[in-house]
Design a binder for this molecule. Structure first.
Ligand SMILES: Cc1cc2nc3c(=O)[nH]c(=O)nc-3n(C[C@H](O)[C@H](O)[C@H](O)COP(=O)(O)OP(=O)(O)OC[C@H]3O[C@@H](n4cnc5c(N)ncnc54)[C@H](O)[C@@H]3O)c2cc1C
Length: 309
């Protein structure tokens, strides 16, 4: 792992840095390229603009590791409200939720209940709920959460990370559930005995898993989303899909708001399903630092914005 990436990931865990920087208005302004605003209204407005370009939305309320059950329930309540507001505005909207944000650290059952209530709200408005995948200690409980949810709801999905060695076998087990799966590379700092240390291996794993998912999408046994901004990988996925006669409408690409905007527009304009993850909320610091760690070149972009204030 490069030094810049390691430092940014370390910084993402610092409460002190989060408190210092979150207070500075000019820092908040520099983040607006990737986070349209702290309020639900900001996220809804950004989704309405994208929908006019044929790009749908998946919303996430920023936050993780809540400290008590009341906070976890209020996160679930906020998602319910968000789904209702999105439906009122005619938006095609899913939500993506971190297990620790709805209380996984406090207990499995409470987190499952909160997810059930979000899934019910999403079903009422025709949306999907994706269960995010956090760092590796949460992997087993997150898969268990998904199994519990999937037993009761058709509109729930889960995220899998190609950097983990275990993901091939996790995917095979999940395919028995006719799942919705979002494949990503993985955003956390993981030990070498659990995750590929080399980026080329993570990419190779991503493509291997993609082929398996395309097969399932073609056969109608899974709903599939590829969460990546990687143009080479996207090209290769589309090539493989065409080769195996998997129609464009049977899978989706997902990217983060503000990243690879031109590629997002190109894919949407050429008949691919494109969904953009829009984040909002006051707790943006660790999330934002992980995004910078994924592409330290973006630090330059942020610094230029700060100097321009
Ligand atoms: C919708 C969505 C949901 C996600 N959910 C999760 C989750 O639940 N758990 C989790 O661990 N991770 C999640 N991630 C993050 C993911 O794991 C990766 O860390 C992140 O997407 C970076 O990997 P990549 O494949 O996009 O590109 P990389 O492998 O980082 O880079 C490959 C190429 O992509 C392009 N690129 C990448 N980033 C940028 C950028 N910022 N600006 C411009 N070009 C760029 C560049 O051409 C670069 O060379 C999610 C990502 C997305 C898009």
């Amino acid at each position: 792992m490069g030094l810049a990436r390691a430092l940014l990931l370390k910084g993402s865990e610092s409460r002190w840095l989060a408190e210092q920087l979150s207070r500075r208005r000019f820092v908040r302004r520099a983040t607006t390229r990737f986070i349209p605003g702290e309020l639900m209204e900001d996220a809804l407005a950004a989704a309405a603009v994208l929908q006019k370009k044929g790009i749908t939305a998946v919303f996430t309320l920023l936050g993780e590791n809540v400290e008590d059950a009341t906070a976890a329930e209020s996160v679930a309540g906020e998602y319910g409200l968000l789904l209702a507001r999105a439906a009122e505005e005619g938006l095609d909207a899913d939500v993506s939720v971190k297990p620790t944000h709805v209380g996984l650290d406090l207990g499995f059952d409470g987190a499952a209940e909160n997810f059930q209530s979000i899934a019910a709200a999403a079903a009422a408005h025709g949306g999907l709920v994706a269960v995010d995948m956090e760092s590796s200690p949460y992997c087993d409980p997150t898969l268990d959460l998904y199994r519990v949810l999937r037993a009761e709801h058709a509109n729930v999905g889960i995220c899998l990370q190609s950097y983990l060695y275990r993901t091939d076998s996790d995917l095979e087990e999940l395919l028995a559930l006719a799942p919705m799966i979002r494949l990503v590379k993985g955003a956390y700092k993981e030990p070498h005995d659990l995750a590929y240390p080399k980026k080329s291996d993570v990419d190779e794993s991503y493509l291997r898993l993609s082929s398996r998912l395309l097969e399932a999408a073609r056969d109608g046994t899974a709903r599939v989303a590829f969460g990546t901004h990687d143009p080479d990988i996207i090209l290769e996925i589309n090539r493989r899909a065409a080769e195996m006669k998997c129609p464009r409408e049977s899978y989706e690409f997902q990217m983060l708001y503000g990243i690879q905007r031109e590629l997002q527009a190109n894919l949407a304009g050429t008949g691919y399903r494109m969904r953009v993850l829009i984040s909002y909320g006051a707790y943006w610091f660790p999330w934002y630092m992980r995004r910078l760690a994924e592409r330290p070149a973006n630090v330059g972009f942020v610094l230029r914005n700060l100097l321009r204030r």
